[in-house]
Design a protein around this ligand. Sequence first.
Ligand SMILES: C[S@@+](CC[C@H](N)C(=O)[O-])C[C@H]1O[C@@H](n2cnc3c(N)ncnc32)[C@H](O)[C@@H]1O
Length: 291
Amino acid sequence: MHVPVLLNEVIKTFDPQSNENFIDATLGEAGHTLCLLQKTDPSGRVLGIDLDAETLRIAEEKLRAYHNRVILVKNNFKNLESIVDEYKFKKVSGILFDLGMSSRELEESGRGFSFRKNEPLLMNFGEDALVTAEQIVNNWPADDLKGIFEEYGEERFSRQIAEKIVVSRQTKPIKTTFDLVEVIQSAVPQKYQSGRLHPATRVFQALRITVNDELNNLRSGLEAGLKILESGGKIIVISFHSLEDRIVKNFFRDHKASLKIITKKPVIPARVEILNNPRARSAKLRATQKL
Ligand SMILES: C[S@@+](CC[C@H](N)C(=O)[O-])C[C@H]1O[C@@H](n2cnc3c(N)ncnc32)[C@H](O)[C@@H]1O
């Protein structure tokens, strides 16, 4: 089961009141949404969005008791404006973006998010992704692979890994996560393999970001969020790596004429939360309020 990250901090920051409406742009298994529904009793509503059909099914089950106060939508949060229009969801007091993937997607989706399981190299959140990780590693030129590993993975050995992929795929296509891990391991120095991070971590991150166009989605989602939010409403973003956090920080700064920044520094989980939920270890929460 996915354990919601920074739940207390999200609730403290939104400070939800009876009958207020919220958008959970990354519904997942509805951990945050469930709490928002409890706090906005008796008539507050939540519009929950996720790209992943199986995740939405699990969330729907969990939210059964609140079915008349939730709207669940399978869509990309980059389309927030049109979703809100379609469902006539008005008076939005807060929007939450809890980025990345859920524990279930990582562990059980069978879509190749984890380098610890041998699965097909897909890495898409929704079925409408334009490309799979397998297509990228088997078709893109070395320079383009190096580019995404560098830009989206901040990977030190981008060139070596990209070149090794191009050589390997000539003899055998790279079909699964373990095929890719093997190529990465053969491309990086021995010392890198015994470091704190698994040597495939950054390449997997880069591929996932590319397949799902995650950084552009975040930029579009934030822009749309700001437009549809009530004055006084809040946006909270929980990010899991520096590229996302930088986009959020810059977005808040670039819109400072219409926003008040609530978190001068990002809020991070307490040690006890990290001990109970290791997935929380790299989480950073930033929040802002529309003037
Ligand atoms: C970290 S999980 C959210 C967990 C949730 N807050 C909870 O406590 O159960 C992120 C979710 O966002 C979804 N997601 C990622 N990018 C998305 C996008 N652009 N639009 C909609 N959903 C997205 C993923 O499928 C995943 O279910």
